[in-house]
Write a protein that binds this ligand. Structure first.
Ligand code: PHB
Length: 349
């Protein structure tokens, strides 16, 4: 069976980029559909970033998504840098004229977004398969997918946003149109653990040590997030919990300070890669977030960049829709929509 429908924006991927784009578009009165090949439970559980920059926090508040973040997020006004056996505090507020960071896990933002979108009656299809995008060089690009009940859908859109990450379909489709890639693979990886123990620190500790770098982060007052620099081809099976804690103890050691250990809830190794491809669009398919660029997790930038991408994209889509769509997008890449007025100044703009 095939179901044929129409929407304004087809969004591939229900991570923070796709879901937030759908939310920002709705605030502009623009319809969208979000399709995701994973289940809702998977999207809400996958462990990712946890640090929000002030601009991200301000945007989420401005678009009505700040309630739980403000209640449960932890504001940090700085970090600790440790090297040569000493720990130094860097005061962000002092150094940046009052800016700060907030610890609030990406998984929580995804939960908040899914809840808000579904409450607003938005179309989010989880567990889809065989997602395809086509007719990208026309003014009616088409999104196809099979839903979890087996029905094939053909959705005609004005534009399609590829928010399906580095391994999604959208990046390859754009690449097939010809593009340039800049990529660096770093000669180390991070072994990350989530531990059921209150953080041993008030603010993040970045520690330089002869055995390798270590980072003490957190997800909540009860859950710590810790990282160890390891070789890029490191085998996680070689890292029983005792070995991880022993290395963390060595790399953070400081007289008068104690690292409290606890049960390890999760552990994984993340390779370090920087990647950006341009152009980030092909016809009416636009990439956002990890589909367009990857930064290593060291800087805690990935999700903040994804938020910045869809903020811009929602403004651009808003501008084209206001001026009635079809004549606005040039077929060749350009920095701004051709023939469109200036960006609107509504929430998130
Ligand atoms: C994290 O909590 O996952 C995190 C925090 C700060 C970083 C990198 C990762 O610089």
């Amino acid at each position: 069976m095939t179901a044929i429908s129409r929407t304004q924006v087809g969004i591939v991927g229900a991570g923070p980029a796709g879901l937030l784009l759908s939310h920002l578009l709705a605030l502009r009165g623009i319809d969208s559909i979000v399709v995701e090949n994973r289940s809702r439970a998977y999207c809400e559980a996958r462990q990712r970033a946890g640090l929000l920059e002030a601009g991200t926090v301000e945007l989420l508040r401005a678009v009505g998504l700040g309630a739980r973040m403000d209640a449960e997020g932890l504001e940090h006004g700085g970090i600790h840098l440790q090297f040569e056996g000493e720990r130094h505090h860097l005061d962000f507020r002092d150094l940046t004229g009052g800016r700060w960071v907030t610890i609030y896990a990406q998984t929580e933002i995804v939960k908040d977004l899914i809840k808000a979108r579904l409450a607003a009656g938005a179309a989010i299809e989880f567990e889809v398969s065989d997602t395809e995008v086509s007719a990208l060089d026309t003014d009616q690009p088409v999104l196809r997918f099979t839903d979890s009940a087996g029905t094939r859908h053909v959705v005609t859109c004005d534009v399609i946003a590829g928010c399906d990450g580095f391994h999604g379909i959208s990046r390859d489709v754009v690449a097939a149109g010809g593009h340039t890639v800049w990529e660096t693979a770093y000669p180390y990886a991070w072994l990350g653990i989530l531990a059921e123990v209150p953080p041993s620190t008030d603010e993040l500790i970045y520690s330089h040590h002869p055995d390798g770098f270590a980072l003490h982060s957190l997800r909540s007052p009860a859950i710590s997030r810790l990282y160890l620099q390891v070789a890029p081809d490191e085998d996680i099976a070689q890292w029983p919990d005792e070995r991880i804690w022993a290395q963390l103890q060595r790399r953070f050691a400081l007289p008068g300070w104690k690292l409290t250990e606890g049960p390890v809830l999760e552990k994984s190794i993340t390779p370090m890669r920087s990647f950006v491809s341009a152009p980030m669009r092909r016809g009416r398919l636009f990439l956002a977030g990890d589909a367009a660029h990857i930064v290593p997790p060291t800087g805690a930038k990935g999700m903040n960049l994804a938020v910045a991408d869809v903020r811009l994209l929602s403004r651009a889509f808003g501008a084209t829709t206001r001026t009635s769509g079809s004549t606005c997008w040039s077929a060749t890449p350009s920095r701004r929509p051709v023939g469109c007025g200036g960006p609107p100044t509504s929430p998130g703009g």
